[in-house]
Design a binder for this molecule. Sequence first.
Ligand code: NDP
Ligand code: 2IT
Length: 448
Amino acid sequence: MAFKSKYLEKVMKDVINRNPGETEFHQAVSEVLESLEYVVDRHPEYERAGLIERLVEPERVVSFRVPWVDDNGKVHVNRGFRVQFNSAIGPYKGGLRFHPSVYQGIIKFLGFEQIFKNSLTGLPIGGGKGGSDFDPKGKSDNEVMNFCQSFMTELSRHIGADTDVPAGDIGVGAREIGYLFGQYKRLRNEFSGVLTGKGLAYGGSLTRTEATGYGLCYFTEEMLKASGKSFSGATVVISGSGNVAIYAAEKARQLGAKVVTMSDSNGYVYDPDGIDLPLVKQIKEVERKRISEYVKTHPNAKYHEGCEGIWNTKCDIALPCATQNELDAKAAKTLVENGCIAVAEGANMPSTPEAVEYFLKNGVLFGPAKAANAGGVATSALEMSQNSMRLSWSFDEVDAKLKTIMSGIFKKCESAANEYGVPGNYVIGANIAGFKKVADAMMAQGIV
Ligand code: NDP
Ligand code: 2IT
């Protein structure tokens, strides 16, 4: 992590010293600051205004106790977070993650990434993220409801339709959003668009469920098209089997590709005939079971324990859609050796910095998370628009807007990369394009 700019070097050092142990947060900041080397040289006014120092310090961090009672009457205590990172261009916006690995460093990395992602969408949303170390796996619906109600009882003090609008992420889907929304409405006596990803019966938007996965494929298709390639006839490896993975697989197939893998945190399935998506939806969305169930009805498919082996599968396109740092340098090398031409990140920060560097050095088309997976939050912003208007758009209307937004994001990444002399480097392109709008707004609003 050697910076040419003394200013950025100092900011990075301070981030490490002031946020001890938050390694994922350090990683996310370091990746953005590396791209900003290109910008700070041209804009000395940023240093005078302490702009980068302010950007890396959340506007507000809320951490709270979440007590809840299980079905046997036993009391549990989890920890809840909401990091309101940056509101320069709109109300804080970003998901909630419920997973045992959650601690402040994870929520801060996600909230920091969200600032630039949300800016890239072109819509008026600031950056935030929240969550808890609660594990919904193996809990009854009643236990999940008890937890969500307790979590919202505190969170409701800090959010609002014009202040901060949470949504889903790992472990938070339609069920959890429903319980959270119900509790907010009850506490505030207010029916508002305070959460997105809501059910269609109570203010949700069509296409939101599909949006991150579909958007990922729209972005990837644009990236492929710019190099004269496409999804058509391609073999695709997808990791994860949650919301993002499932709808990425659905769209990749619609675009003519064959998806051969899906995974969960226990292992992965390889199906040479192409993944049977209705079955995956049944196992994961309806029954909430493990992906290993898949092979019980598909004798041609093979289940492998452990997740790392998934990247040894020969493919043209890889879409990591599970979690952070799931794809390392060794995996990147294997993918390249096996002829992979494109990687686009459905998950947030799934590739390690070394893997990203390897892809870029070896001419792999690389779509970074904050651009490639922005379709989810963009459609959340469309849900907010519909809530404000008290109207609902059709599936096709929202899908068409999503497609336009994703191709707009690709163009922003492409042209920023060209402008700064690194054509094809969409990592630098996304970071700079996302940063600029936020920086302009922060400069205009004074020292706040
Ligand atoms: P889900 O909870 O629906 O699915 C998560 C999937 O990833 C599951 O298959 C899960 O397996 C797997 N997974 C989770 N943690 C790990 C881990 N530590 N190691 C291996 N596999 C793991 O979440 P989403 O699909 O919503 O989110 C997936 C990724 O996409 C995350 O990085 C999220 O931040 C990102 N994202 C989500 C958006 C959204 O709209 N939902 C928008 C943009 C990005 P298991 O069931 O075993 O836990
Ligand atoms: O990482 C993400 O962009 C999300 N989890 C979606 C956030 C949102 O507000 O829809």
